[in-house]
Design a protein around this ligand. Structure first.
Ligand code: NDP
Length: 300
C-alpha cells in the first residue's frame, strides 16, 4: 500500500482563496474589512519570520494587518495596556500575542486579557471552556486545520477511532475535543501511556503532536489509517553535503507511507494550514461581531 498524501499546502491555498472571496464580499456589502493584529515582544528570529508571514498573508486575502513590536524588556503593564487598546479598537477583529513571551511576563494573564471574541488563537480560558462544552468557540488554529483536512478527506468522521498522541493545551487537548465533536471515539495518549504502539494501532485516525522526530513507527499504524503529523522537528540533514537542517515530523514518514491509507507530509501538511486558519478565525470573529452566520470553511 502507498498512502495518499494529504496536501496541506494545496488545501491551505484553496482555503485562503475562499477567505479572500469572503473578505471581498464583506468589503462590498459592509464597506469595511476584517482586521488582524499581532503583538510581538522581543526579537526571537523564528517568531519574527512567523509574524512577517502572518502580516503578508493577512494583506494578501484583503484584510487589514496591524503589527505591534515591543522591546523584550517591556513591562507587563504596558503590554496589558496595549491589549486593552486593541480590544477596544473596532477595526481589529482578531488579536494574537506571539508566544513564547519573556520570563518576566505572565503568559496566562496576557492571554486571558485578550477579548475572547478577538482571541483568534483560541487560547483564552473562555474559548477553552466553550470548546470543551461543545459551544461556539474560537478554536486553536493548528487543530482546526487538522480537522478541516480530515473532513475534506473523509467527509464524515463519525464512529471512527481517533488517537491523539500529545496532550498540550495548544494542540493535543483541543484536537481531541474537536474529534469528539465529530463523533469519533477518542483516546489521548502521552508520555505516561502504557504500550503506546498498541494504542496507536487501534486508530483509524492517528494525530501525532509529540515534538520528537520520526517517533511514530510504521509498525504502530493500523493498515489504511489516516495519519495527521503535527510535529515540526529540525534534524541534521542526513546528506552531509547539505548544512541546512532537515524538517521532519513526529511520524517516520518513509515507514508510515507504506502502511497508512493517507498521511500529511512534513513540510507541506499541517504547517501551512495553521496561518490559513488564523485568517479564517479572524473572518469568523468579524462575522460574529456583525451578527452574520459563521462562514463554512469546509465547503468546496
Ligand atoms: P508539547 O511539548 O507542549 O507537548 C508534547 C506532548 O507530547 C506532551 O503531551 C507529551 O506528554 C507528549 N509526549 C512527549 N514524549 C512522549 C512520548 N515518549 N510518548 C508519548 N507522548 C509523549 O508540544 P506541542 O503540542 O506544542 O507541539 C507538538 C509538536 O507539534 C511539536 O513538534 C511542535 O513543533 C508541533 N507544532 C506544530 C504546529 C504547526 O503549525 N504545524 C503548531 C504547534 C505545534 P506529557 O504531557 O506526558 O509530557
Amino acid at each position: 500500500m502507498t498512502a495518499k498524501i494529504i496536501d496541506g499546502k494545496g488545501f491551505s491555498q484553496k482555503l485562503r482563496s475562499r477567505i479572500a472571496s469572503t473578505v471581498a464580499e464583506i468589503r462590498t456589502s459592509k464597506g469595511i474589512v476584517p482586521g488582524l493584529a499581532v503583538i510581538l515582544v522581543g526579537q526571537d528570529p523564528a517568531s519574527e519570520v512567523y509574524v512577517r508571514n502572518k502580516a503578508k498573508q493577512t494583506s494578501e486575502v484583503g484584510m487589514e494587518s496591524f503589527k505591534y513590536i515591543l522591546d523584550a524588556d517591556v513591562s507587563e503593564e504596558s503590554l496589558l495596556d496595549l491589549i486593552d487598546e486593541v480590544n477596544r479598537n473596532d477595526s481589529i477583529h482578531g488579536l494574537l500575542v506571539q508566544l513564547p513571551l519573556p520570563d518576566h511576563i505572565d503568559s496566562d494573564l496576557v492571554i486571558n486579557s485578550i477579548s475572547p471574541q478577538k482571541d483568534v488563537d483560541g487560547f483564552h480560558i473562555s474559548n477553552v471552556g466553550l470548546l470543551s462544552t461543545g459551544q461556539k468557540a474560537m478554536v486553536p488554529c493548528t487543530p482546526l486545520g487538522c480537522k478541516l483536512m480530515l473532513l475534506d478527506y473523509h467527509g464524515s468522521l463519525s464512529g471512527l477511532n481517533a488517537v491523539v498522541v500529545g496532550r498540550s493545551n495548544i494542540v493535543g487537548k483541543p484536537m481531541a475535543n474537536l474529534l469528539l465533536q465529530e463523533n469519533c471515539t477518542v483516546t489521548i495518549a502521552h508520555s505516561r501511556t502504557r504500550d503506546l504502539p498498541a494504542v496507536c494501532r487501534e486508530a483509524d485516525i492517528l494525530v501525532a503532536a509529540v515534538g520528537r522526530p520520526n517517533f511514530i513507527k510504521g509498525s504502530w499504524i493500523k493498515p489504511g489509517a489516516t495519519v495527521i503529523d503535527v510535529g515540526i522537528n529540525r534534524i541534521n540533514n542526513p546528506d552531509p553535503a547539505i548544512s541546512k537542517p532537515k524538517l521532519v515530523g513526529d511520524v517516520d514518514f518513509d515507514e508510515a507511507k507504506s502502511v497508512a491509507g493517507a498521511i500529511t507530509p512534513v513540510p507541506g501538511g499541517v504547517g501551512p494550514m495553521t496561518i490559513a486558519c488564523l485568517l479564517a478565525n479572524t473572518v469568523t470573529s468579524f462575522c460574529r461581531t456583525e451578527g452574520l452566520p459563521d462562514p463554512n470553511w469546509v465547503e468546496k
